[in-house]
Design a protein around this ligand. Sequence first.
Ligand code: PEP
Ligand code: CO
Length: 406
Amino acid sequence: MTVRRPALGAGTPLPGLHRPEQQQGLSRLPAAQQPPWANHPDLACIRAELADLPALVVPDEIRALRRALARVESGSAFLLHVGECAETFAMADTDNIAARLSLYEQMADWLADRTGRETVLVARMAGQHAKPRSEATEALPDGIVLPVYRGDAVNGTQPTPLARRADPWRLLTAYDRSQDTLRQLQAQAGPGRRPVFVSHEALLRDYEEPFTRGGFLRYAASGHLVWVGERTRGPADWHVRWAASVANPIGVKLGPSVTTQEAVDLVRLLNPEQEQGRLNLIARMGAAVAADRLTALSRAVAGTGSPLLWQCDPMHGNTRKSGDRKLRLLPDVRAEISAFVRTLTAAGCHPGGLHLEVTPDVVAECHEDLSSAPGSGPRPPCDPRLNPAQALAVVDHFATETNHHQ
Ligand code: PEP
Ligand code: CO
């Protein structure tokens, strides 16, 4: 029988499964979606340098986030988890950081005002520098085939062979930019302002391993919340086993292909001791199938007894193509949010989290309908994001739906 742990008090050590046996054998596991740099002559030296750098986040902050997320799980708060799809190194600039933070805070304030409940803010920020990709290469209009962009921690966005070469020295720059970003976030924190926690997809083994810190209790020192993406959530993959070995709040993306058995296995692997504030299930199903898939999934995972924080990511299951451009339609985004709130509420779960890709720039990457989508103009570094007006409207829609169903 599993003994449920008490709520996390201020002085409670980070509990967990983070025992030495969880860490054994990790280095031998296969990891999906790694850059093709395994034989780079400098890799070992870069990893050693990363392992010597100060932690970006500390256990006290991780513990505070876990307590806040436990309040979301219990239904007394909401989580707003927002940010860029891919942070570029250039975004670690004072004005850009301030603009992002200001938008995220406005969204969180709006959600708190509309629902009358506390809103916990987690920003995809200070480390969201690596991207999983469906294809390893892309063909340019002139027929030249290049490796895909995998995030600034791996290669560059420019469509040239040199920029697209995977370069592990970029990992050190990723650390510097993350540290600059965190310093500025901390400088802007003040009395009366909500704490901002940071998150990223824990994708690159050569970055996350050197930042796995602590003694008996291990934690990811690279960010407060780390998540495992849709393409790397295989139960035998390094990503899942590594996430199980650290004490941070963990997210795992669940796309339309996940089976109920896989979801139950992931919950058991990632939260075997049924801890509070630990596990975020980030549903990114697509508007057409969300209600159907979530009905079965939410019932099955509730049966594990694990406390769970459900997040709705209405972006990644709703990516469409128009010519060679990716876009997302706002009716799809709203429909997936409505299905998420309705279905989880009916299953007796709190639809507590909203996960969005947004930018403070006034861009046109998401649209009301296909006819308004432009065929030219600037492209986002990765996926289409909501601009500020769209972002606030989507938060408002989520608040309306949750108010309606509670
Ligand atoms: C993302 O969150 O940017 C992402 C790549 O998501 P997913 O793993 O759900 O496709
Ligand atoms: Co994305």
